[in-house]
Design a protein around this ligand. Structure first.
Ligand code: NI
Length: 190
């Protein structure tokens, strides 16, 4: 298995809709294994295929949850049904999100409290569960990646401005930037 470089904000594959997986074959399962290895090396809780430069509708997660769902898993061709996202301001301490493709940054964002998640595993077997709280947040964040959306695209007001400033300071927003988990310093200091 291989740890893959993680694409950074500006890489085109992160900003367009990923394609449905057509074949549940050994190549897919190898890709999924690589994604698990990469997210572990990055100390992340989730990773979507576009984050390793692959424009397919796949994400993995590694998140201990209270919903009776295995801590580690994969969703291929997923769909999400969400409760309403509250229109209130996000809590700047309790609702702070980060992304391996926006390395080192954290910003607060409101998410739905509940997600009904459906999809397939690497063998084409159906997967279905309900996620709440932070686990639901992880599902929403990873699913967004498959639609070419980053959490920083959803920020409001001063958080959106701060994210824009950080992007400028880092020189992100151009193609070709990556970082390599396990080799480059952990951008989140884990
Ligand atoms: Ni992310």
């Amino acid at each position: 298995m291989t740890i893959h470089p993680i694409t950074i904000l500006g890489e085109p594959v992160l900003h367009r809709r990923a394609a449905e997986v057509q074949a549940f074959d050994d190549d897919l399962r190898l890709l999924i294994a690589d994604m698990h290895e990469t997210v572990d090396a990055a100390n992340g809780v989730g990773l979507a295929a576009p984050q390793i430069g692959v424009g397919l509708r796949i994400y993995v997660y590694n998140f201990a949850n209270d919903d009776g769902v295995p801590d580690r898993g994969v969703l291929v061709n997923p769909t999400l049904l969400l409760s309403k996202v509250p229109g209130t301001d996000p809590d700047p301490e309790e609702e702070v999100e980060g992304c391996l493709s926006v390395p080192g940054d954290h910003f607060p964002l409101k998410r739905a409290e509940f997600a009904r998640v459906s999809g397939f595993d690497g063998f084409g077997q159906p997967v279905q569960f309900e996620a709440t709280g932070w686990f639901a947040r992880v599902m929403q964040h990873e699913y967004d990646h498959l639609d070419g959306k980053l959490y920083v695209d959803r920020l409001i007001d001063r958080w959106a401005r701060k994210a824009k400033r950080s992007r400028k300071e880092h020189g992100w927003g151009v193609p070709g930037l990556t970082w390599l988990p396990g080799t480059d310093p952990d951008p989140f200091g884990h």
